[in-house]
Write a protein that binds this ligand. Sequence first.
Ligand SMILES: CC(=O)N[C@H]1[C@@H](OP(=O)(O)OP(=O)(O)OC[C@H]2O[C@@H](n3ccc(=O)[nH]c3=O)[C@H](O)[C@@H]2O)O[C@H](CO)[C@@H](O)[C@@H]1O
Ligand SMILES: C=C(OP(=O)(O)O)C(=O)O
Length: 437
Amino acid sequence: MATFQIEGGHQLKGEIQPQGAKNEALQILCAVLLTPDEIRIHNIPDIRDVSKLIEILGNLGVKIQKLGKGSYSFRSDELNLDYLESKKFKDEGTSLRGSIMIVGPLLGRFGKGYIPRPGGDKIGRRRLDTHFGGFVKLGAKFRYNREERFYGVEATKGLKGADMLLEEASVTGTANILMAAILAEGKTSIYNAACEPYIQQLCKMLVSMGAKVKGIGSNLLKIEGVESLSGCTHRVLPDMIEIGSWIGLAAMTKSEITIKNVSWDNLGIIPVTFKKLGIQLEKRGDDIYIPAHTNGYEIASFIDGSIMNISDAPWPGFTPDLLSIILVVATQARGSVLIHQKMFESRLFFVDKLIDMGAKIILCDPHRATVIGHDFESELKATTMTSPDIRAGISLLIAALSAKGTSTIHNIEQIDRGYEDIDGRLKAIGAKINRYD
Ligand SMILES: CC(=O)N[C@H]1[C@@H](OP(=O)(O)OP(=O)(O)OC[C@H]2O[C@@H](n3ccc(=O)[nH]c3=O)[C@H](O)[C@@H]2O)O[C@H](CO)[C@@H](O)[C@@H]1O
Ligand SMILES: C=C(OP(=O)(O)O)C(=O)O
């Protein structure tokens, strides 16, 4: 387990360039399995989850060439599908959430797809019913080995298009079903589809490979199956969750920071949600400029004067992946806010660590926490903590950077899952942070 040691209480200053989006990259990487032609992808973040998925693709026989920083070429012309039934795959496939999205492309192209129960954050139950329900609708046979927790779908006679209404707008579920349906015979409609920029980007990539997909950006995707797909070049968007993390970091450490090239059009209600906490941010071209909040920031109330409530919802609602950051930023705001994490049931437990640091938080139940802001009148105190998941990890790191004294965060591999060279990039804007392996 690696560790960060952070000397907090210092203002930061400068520019920061967001990395490519983790959750988009994981979808796009799985899509390389759809064609024997070459696919080139740019702006792939150098993070643990992505490296693990690239390793799985390599073991599956995908020819991979690194073209430069963040740029790769992939060619899936001679795959080794036996790997899917190997012990090695059963170990490697469980190491991240994104690996689940190899099933759809493999099922669509080769009529079979397997996966051990995928990993990812332990933030509550993360069922896969939407994924497999969709594959079954397309005509696949489903099997599950409970002992090995190994899932499989097979369609020896190929897939047939179908109309389906998803039980929930699952992000990876939509991507997975979509990648199978584009190679099914006939038409498919996916209603209650997730429509995050990640999915929109995947749809655009698939269309550039020759897929027929309509309704991109909406919750109703209409697909007309094609026989085969060709190669393409794709560029991953900047990571909106990283951008939100830097906004939170700037406010909490009273730092003047410019986040470069954020792709404003793809940020949805993220900027407006931070503004509800009183954080000023300015659109400068495609950058976000955050001034130093020397006089703090004040949480708004609703029109009728009632206490602000920030909750997650499927896109275009507020992403659950930024609620932990909103929560930590609120601990130093003027005013109070109710944070309601509707999607995941274990994602708020990390508030214990913030309470240890002196934050005023009432965990009402596993989904809701009330935060009473300190308005910087009482600083958070440095402490030793362990990162339970990726977004709690970055939130604790932000708390440590704002706290007086030296904090220690263990299990920072959780943060490395999704943030590229986080210590190097924070040091470049003045943070005092050291890594110990
Ligand atoms: C690799 C990847 O891309 N991971 C993201 C993906 O995970 P993932 O695709 O695994 O998450 P899902 O969208 O399937 O579901 C997330 C959770 O929300 C619940 N749910 C979902 C939709 C809905 O309409 N109602 C509902 O209650 C699900 O039961 C589940 O508990 O999307 C999540 C939700 O944005 C993000 O937190 C993850 O970072
Ligand atoms: C929950 C997340 O990731 P994963 O789905 O990979 O666990 C996240 O990125 O916040």
